[in-house]
Design a protein. Structure first.
Length: 80
């Protein structure tokens, strides 16, 4: 058990450094979270019955557009 402690400390340090580097390079945690939430909403809509007069399908299409826009915003921020 003792031999795993140094490994855990090294792993923790690597994770912390990775997070710091990500923020220094312009990480977009709120944008990433927005994508995750949108993808979750789309998954829920896809599970719903398709008896909504086409509104469910349109909503899924709009979510796809929103995800694309968020990703475009992330890419824009990375280059400016």
């Amino acid at each position: 058990m003792r031999s795993s402690l140094p490994r855990s400390l090294v792993l923790g340090g690597v994770i912390a450094a990775s997070l710091s580097i990500g923020y220094a390079l312009g990480a977009q945690p709120h944008m990433d979270e927005a994508i995750a939430i949108l993808q979750s909403a789309r998954a829920e809509l896809s599970k719903a019955e398709a008896n909504k007069g086409g509104h469910r399908e349109r909503a899924m299409g709009l979510i796809d557009q929103a995800v694309a826009e968020v990703r475009a915003g992330i890419e824009f921020a990375a280059t400016h």
